[in-house]
Write a protein that binds this ligand. Structure first.
Ligand SMILES: Cc1cc2nc3c(=O)[nH]c(=O)nc-3n(C[C@H](O)[C@H](O)[C@H](O)COP(=O)(O)O)c2cc1C
Length: 188
């Protein structure tokens, strides 16, 4: 669906997630562009309440170990679940963890900063799609687990807004039900 020949409006109105992602992933230049898009997210008081942690190549194994340890710390002993955690980051060539980097501010509450980090996450995913890649936004229990957040360089008040899996789409794009705007829009 979305390829790098799409118009911006097509990109926005036809976007779908892709769970099956293979090589190649974005080059360093493309990653730079993708994260520049993230850094243009709306941001009240210019707090920059987000950080991007790029995990690629063999470092994905290290992230898998962090996920596995996260489960172990929660008392999970089931080998299949632990193995699934270990292999989770291998589902795409690049995983960008977007972290909420919370800043204490008298006027900009946490909710607003979460909004900015979520906007950054979506901008990153749209930019990846605009460059012709597929992506999927994942979180799960790992996103709020202090062990995972700390391993990614986050602090006590931070959290993972999204793990963005990015790579070359494998297989066809899924069909998403067409929504009727009438169901979601009113005029005040
Ligand atoms: C904050 C957030 C967290 C999500 N976490 C997961 C997740 O952990 N696992 C997953 O399969 N999908 C997750 N999703 C949903 C997918 O990213 C995707 O949006 C969903 O599968 C619907 O597909 P679509 O984007 O093509 O409409 C999450 C979405 C958001 C916005």
């Amino acid at each position: 669906m979305n390829d790098n020949n799409s118009s911006p409006i097509q990109l926005l109105t036809e976007r779908v997630s892709h769970a099956r992602l293979g090589l190649p992933g974005p080059s360093q230049d493309e990653l730079d562009t993708i994260m520049r898009a993230g850094m243009r997210a709306p941001d009240h008081a210019m707090l920059r309440p987000w950080r991007f942690v790029v995990v690629e190549g063999e470092r994905r194994d290290a992230l898998g170990e962090v996920f596995k340890e996260s489960l172990r710390l929660r008392g999970v002993t089931d080998g299949a679940r632990l193995n699934k955690a270990l292999e989770a980051p291998l589902r795409a060539p690049v995983v960008i963890s977007v972290l909420l980097n919370f800043k204490d501010h008298p006027k900009v509450e946490r909710n607003e900063q979460i909004g900015s980090a979520a906007a950054a996450t979506y901008a990153v995913s749209l930019a990846a799609n605009a460059l012709g890649f597929g992506s999927i936004w994942r979180t799960g229990l790992y996103a709020t687990d202090p062990h995972v957040i700390s391993a990614l360089g986050g602090g006590d008040e931070d959290e993972v807004t999204g793990f963005l899996y990015i790579g070359t789409r494998e297989g066809p794009s899924k069909l998403t039900p067409e929504l009727d705007p009438e169901d979601y829009i009113t005029h005040f």
